[in-house]
Structure formats: structure tokens, C-alpha cells
Ligand binder design. Structure first.
Ligand code: NAD
Length: 467
């Protein structure tokens, strides 16, 4: 198996133009409207993943050094499961809904039609290059749209594989993959879209926001940020440490909802550090350096970014800290005694470094969280309902998770999205369908209504005032 990332052949600007107008023509033809057509495309997407499961695992290894098991449970199996959910439920999701009964208006027969938005665009990131590229598309196809997918150029093995397989499994008049970086994405953003979903960082999100404002294309932003963990010293520290450590190490911390940093009372810092070290040693019994159970950092630019943050911390490395540029490897690292203003608190880490910031009490933790951007996820480890409620009731975040990390993304029925700087809009499963669906208010007014509501027509007389 080759471990060298392939050279991606980027889509030309002429091909992008052809793709956009082909999809517009298809959408207008009504081809994507029948539910049966949508279901075939969703099924084909599931087969695309199932038939090529091992090739995807190899591509994950090339792009991210991702352990095969993580490739399966984090992305491949969950995306196939999302296909199945959409396949089974699309009729229900797409069904026209009656407006709530109201004696004044029921005669109008008011309904909400669930209609596709048209030709939609999804721009996806490198870190979960299958689930975040294909997951939202399941919703877009289920909703009856035509789709352009722009996967990340930073994960070339996966993005190249997706670009190779989509035309083989799915209808090229309905879905196209555009490969490229900034020039290709900028070209895409010149068009008007039924909807644009951008998943990535806040800096680029601002560029996307400005570009889509020019065409009045509606957008959803799935962004990141620093997701805190508030630890109650009375919690089950061993369980908390194992879960936090796992959430930090999975995909080498390159997870938008990874626990970014820990806030804990000073008196409990020693106990947490010890429990984190125990969890680390249990996960990597022969040491993190030699394990095959940790992904690497996506590229050398990100490797150096994270290494610089670590080198400039004023905290103390409790354990870890080893790096190997040749493998883009950073060992799981816990840094203790970190203070506000530290390099590790300056930006989303997106790597396997866990700063612990000791605070006086839970009020100080809440104040710190509220003084910074609303995070994508907020984690709280506590067995005390009052403690958890205090943390969740007095903060804002995309999600609020007690006593675990990351798992909320996998739970059917929960929306996935940020708030403010961590994003706007919701995706996963039905929420992806909703994102790409226009709720079209509709009614059919019968002739006899005028005998009741005739007063609405001029000339306005005393009789019309009664209406
Ligand atoms: P990335 O570098 O892969 O970029 C994401 C996409 O933006 C790519 O398709 C890329 O081609 C495009 N892009 C980059 N620069 C651009 C520009 N100037 N103009 C137009 N398009 C451009 O990934 P990233 O942004 O580094 O992804 C990591 C970030 O994404 C993190 O902040 C993470 O928290 C966030 N994220 C959020 C979610 C979520 O669902 N909320 C999921 C995953 C990642």
C-alpha cells in the first residue's frame, strides 16, 4: 500500500461552469423531485462506501495515519448508517404538513410543502473527510436538490477517492465533485446557490459570508472553536479522565468538538493529571510514540502551528510533549498550570494537546467561558445535578454534554451545530434534510370564503369593519 498522498487533479474553471449549469438544468427538469429517485441515489451512496470500504480505510491511513478502527466507527459506519436512516425516513420527512387547526383559517386548507432549495453547495474540511463531506449530502439529496461537493484539498487521498467514485455510483447530472483549493472555491462562490453549507474554520467562514452575501445565497456555517471541559472535583475522576483523554486523542485531536481545555479547581488538578496519565498509559501501554492507534497531524503547516503553541506555553508539561516532524506526529500531551492569555488558550488547538487551567471555583469557570466565543461543545463532568445545571444554565454553546465527550454527534435525533462564532445552522440526518429544504407556505382558498371574508375588499364600509 502506498503511503504517499496522490496529486489531486483540480477541476478547471470551465469544468466548474459546466457542472453548475448542468445541475441547474437538471433541477429545472424535475428529475430530483420523485422520492424514488432520491432513494436510489442515497442507496448508491451507501454502496459506494460499502463496496470501497477498504480503499477508504487505506485513504484515511494516507491522509491522517488514521487507525482502521477509528476510520470505521468515526466515519464509514456512521455515514452508511446515516444513508440508511435517510433511505428509511425520506418519505416521512418530505411529506407535506398540514398547518395547525385554526377555526378562522382551516377552510383555506393551509399546508407546508417541503421543497428542495435547488442546486446547493457543500464545502467540507479535511478532519472528517468522509462524514462531513458525504453526511450533509445525504440530506441534500433526500431533500431533492442537485449538489456540488467541494471536499478539502488537505485530505487528497480521500477527496480524490470521493471524486473518482461519485460519478461511478451516482447520477452526474445531479451531483458533482469539484476538486480544488482557494481559486476553485472562489469561482464556486460567484454563483447563486439554493444553499451553501460551509464546514471549516471561522476565518474562511467570514470570506464565505461576504461572497454569499453578494449573491444572496443562504448559508449554514459549521465552525469550531475552543470547547471547554468543566470538571467538578467530586465527580468520578477516573471515568472523566478516560473519556476526556479519548476525546482528545481520537483523530489526534483534530475534531471540531474535541475537548480543547479543562477548567478545574486548583485543589483537584493533581488528581486529574494523575488520572489522565493513567488513562494515557492504559490506552498506549507501549508508549504513544510507537503506537499505531493515534492519527498524525494533517500536514507540516498544522504540525508546526501546534508545536509552536506548545513551545510557547508558560504551563508545565505533565506528560507527553514529544514530536516527530518526519511523521507529523505529536504525542498526547497534558499541560498543567495554564493561565488565561497562554499560547495554548489563544486559538482552537486542533491537536492532541490538553491544557489544564486551574480556577478558584465553578463561578470562575463560567466567567471564563462567558468571556470568550461561544464554543461548539461544552462538557461538564459531575454527578451533581445542581453543578451541571449551573454550568449549562449560565453559558451558551452549540451543545451541552454531561459526563462524556463527542458522542452527541452520533446520536440520531440530536442536532449538530454551533452558536455565534462556532456556527449557525444544524446538520446530521433529519437536520441536514431540513437545512436543504424550503418550507413553502401554501393554501388553496375556496370561493365561498368571500361570503365570509368579503369585507376585506374596498370600498370599506361599516359592514367591512365587522370583518
Ligand atoms: P480546511 O483547511 O480543510 O478548509 C475547509 C474548506 O475550506 C476546504 O474545502 C478548503 O478548500 C476551503 N477553503 C480554505 N480556504 C478558503 C478560502 N480562502 N476561500 C474559500 N474556501 C476556502 O479545514 P479547516 O477550515 O482547517 O477545518 C478545520 C476547522 O473546521 C476547525 O476549526 C474545526 O473546528 C472546524 N470544523 C467544524 C465542524 C462542524 O461541524 N462544526 C466539523 C469539522 C471541522
Amino acid at each position: 500500500m502506498s503511503t504517499t498522498p496522490p496529486e489531486l487533479k483540480f477541476t478547471t474553471l470551465e469544468e466548474i461552469d459546466e457542472a453548475y449549469y448542468t445541475l441547474q438544468k437538471t433541477f429545472l427538469s424535475g428529475k430530483t423531485k420523485p422520492i424514488a429517485f432520491r432513494k436510489v441515489q442515497i442507496l448508491q451512496l451507501a454502496y459506494l462506501l460499502k463496496d470501497n470500504y477498504d480503499r477508504f480505510k487505506e485513504a484515511f491511513a494516507i491522509d491522517l495515519g488514521r487507525p482502521p478502527l477509528e476510520a470505521s466507527f468515526l466515519e464509514l459506519d456512521s455515514t452508511i448508517a446515516d444513508c440508511k436512516i435517510a433511505y428509511d425516513r425520506v418519505e416521512k420527512w418530505a411529506r407535506t404538513e398540514k398547518a395547525p387547526f385554526n377555526i378562522n383559517f382551516f377552510a383555506f386548507r393551509p399546508v407546508i410543502r417541503k421543497e428542495p432549495k435547488g442546486v446547493v453547495l457543500s464545502i467540507s474540511p479535511f478532519n472528517y473527510p468522509v462524514w462531513l463531506a458525504l453526511g450533509p449530502i445525504i440530506g441534500a439529496i433526500a431533500a431533492g436538490n442537485c449538489v456540488v461537493l467541494k471536499p478539502s484539498e488537505l485530505s487528497p487521498a480521500i477527496s480524490g477517492l470521493i471524486a473518482e467514485l461519485i460519478p461511478k455510483y451516482m447520477d452526474s447530472d445531479v451531483i458533482r465533485v469539484v476538486l480544488g483549493a482557494v481559486p476553485e472555491t472562489s469561482k464556486l462562490l460567484e454563483y447563486q446557490w439554493g444553499h451553501v453549507l460551509y464546514t471549516g474554520n471561522g476565518r474562511v467562514a467570514r470570506i464565505i459570508g461576504v461572497a454569499t452575501a453578494k449573491t444572496l445565497s443562504p448559508i449554514s456555517l459549521e465552525l469550531g472553536g475552543k470547547s471547554p471541559v468543566v470538571v467538578d472535583p467530586r465527580c468520578d475522576i477516573k471515568t472523566a479522565a478516560r473519556r476526556i483523554m479519548w476525546g482528545k486523542c481520537v483523530n489526534a485531536g483534530q475534531t471540531c468538538v474535541a475537548p480543547d481545555y479543562v477548567l478545574i479547581p486548583r485543589s483537584a488538578e493533581d488528581a486529574l493529571v494523575k488520572a489522565l496519565k493513567d488513562a494515557h498509559d492504559e490506552f498506549y501501554p507501549s508508549g504513544a510514540i510507537s503506537t499505531k492507534d493515534i492519527s498524525h497531524i494533517i500536514n507540516t503547516a498544522h504540525f508546526h502551528r501546534i508545536k509552536n503553541l506548545l513551545e510557547n506555553t508558560s504551563g508545565t508539561v505533565a506528560f507527553g510533549g514529544q514530536t516527530d516532524e518526519s511523521r507529523k506526529f505529536i504525542a498526547p500531551t497534558v499541560v498543567r498550570g495554564v493561565k488565561d492569555g497562554d499560547s495554548l488558550m489563544s486559538e482552537e488547538l486542533f491537536g492532541p494537546i490538553l491544557p489544564i487551567m486551574p480556577v478558584d471555583n465553578v463561578d470562575a469557570a463560567i466567567a471564563y467561558i462567558n468571556a470568550h466565543d461561544h464554543p461548539l461543545a461544552l462538557y461538564c463532568f459531575s454527578q451533581d445535578a445542581a453543578f451541571k445545571n449551573k454550568v449549562f444554565d449560565n453559558t451558551q454553546s452549540g451543545s451541552a454534554v454531561a459526563n462524556d465527550v463527542l458522542v452527541h454527534c452520533a446520536i440520531d435525533g440530536l442536532p449538530f451545530g454551533g452558536i455565534g462564532p462556532s456556527g449557525s445552522g444544524y446538520h446530521t440526518r433529519k437536520f441536514s434534510f431540513d437545512m436543504f429544504t424550503h418550507l413553502r407556505a401554501s393554501l388553496d382558498s375556496p370561493g365561498f370564503i368571500d361570503s365570509i371574508l368579503g369585507g376585506r375588499f374596498p370600498p370599506y364600509t361599516a359592514k367591512s369593519e365587522a370583518f
